[in-house]
Ligand binder design. Structure first.
Ligand code: DC
Length: 288
């Protein structure tokens, strides 16, 4: 039986992905064709800056933001704090259900609540980070999380959602899908920078090895392995700044929506590239 103990907790704070605060939200242009439903998925391995990028993109496009890793992290925190047996999947899932995990979307970023109280302070603590990978590999738990995420997609149909399986499993019919990637070396360097900024000693080779191992585990697990969906836009962020990544994503969303809205109103015979035509910049396609 695998018990987790509260005193396994470690003090170190987690990786915070480099870079600046998101730009202020840009509302859709007056009279523009912002769709009622727009689901954008961002998947990829750890250390690619997905979460920060997803949040900034959501901000820029005026969409809601969903961090699904936070849900698995909260499950790990509940298991630790409740000293649950993580091999008893049924009990684990029931206990997590009992905690009524849900987001308060009135805050930015949305606050994840557990029994009505914020659990955000626990999510990036080391004991949680250590346990979350095996927790996220539990099929029964994933089924519940996927259900919750789809419900959120119904309640918040204008959403940027990030994780590992958002485009492949949870929202296979998403409007726009991204897969962010960066080489293990670059991701290790980013992490090392964050750790050093916190005064923590780091061994770059060690970090890189851990990242490779985690990638291997996440992409070979039997349940919802990390994969790049065939219809996702794959972006290698290794040599891009945060702003460049957000700009590239916004521009791609713009192109996709621009093409859609250009096609729709004048379906046949009309010239492509009218007023709503998909410009290359983040402002094209009516999403400003
Ligand atoms: O993105 P993150 O580091 O907060 O994710 C925490 C863990 O949850 C990580 O082990 C990957 C896993 N995860 C997952 O399996 N599926 C998701 N949709 C999101 C995260």
């Amino acid at each position: 039986m695998t018990m987790v103990k509260k005193n396994d907790r470690v003090r170190r704070r987690p990786v915070v992905v480099h870079i600046a605060h998101p730009a202020p939200p840009v509302p859709p242009a007056e009279g523009s064709a912002m769709p009622d439903r727009l689901i954008i998925t961002i998947d990829g391995p750890a250390g690619t800056g997905k979460s920060t990028v997803a949040r900034a993109l959501a901000h820029r496009l005026g969409l809601d933001f969903l961090d699904t890793g936070a849900m698995y992290r909260a499950a790990a925190a509940i298991a630790i704090d409740g000293e649950l047996n993580i091999d008893d999947h049924e009990q684990l899932v029931n206990e997590i259900e009992r905690r009524d995990l849900h987001f308060d979307f009135d805050t930015d970023p949305p606050t994840l609540l557990c029994c009505g109280e914020s659990i955000m302070h626990r999510l990036r603590q080391d004991d949680v980070t250590k346990l979350v990978s095996p927790i996220a590999a539990i099929d029964k738990l994933r089924q519940e999380m996927v259900k919750k995420q789809r419900q959120i997609g119904v309640q918040h149909p204008r959403l940027v959602t990030e994780g590992r399986d958002q485009g492949s499993v949870v929202f296979p019919d998403a409007d726009v899908k991204f897969f962010l990637y960066a080489s293990p070396r670059v991701r290790a360097e980013r992490r090392a920078k964050d750790e050093m900024a916190k005064g923590q000693p780091v061994l770059l080779e060690e970090l890189e090895r851990a990242i490779r191992e985690r990638d291997e585990r996440d992409s070979t697990r039997t349940v919802a392995p990390l994969t790049c969906p065939a219809d996702a836009e794959r972006i290698d962020t290794s040599h891009m700044s945060f702003d460049q990544v957000v700009d590239a994503l916004a521009a791609h969303v713009s192109r996709v929506l621009g093409a859609r809205f250009t096609r729709r109103p004048r379906a046949r015979g009309a010239a492509v590239g009218g007023a709503s035509g998909g410009g290359g910049g983040a402002g094209g396609g009516g999403i400003a």
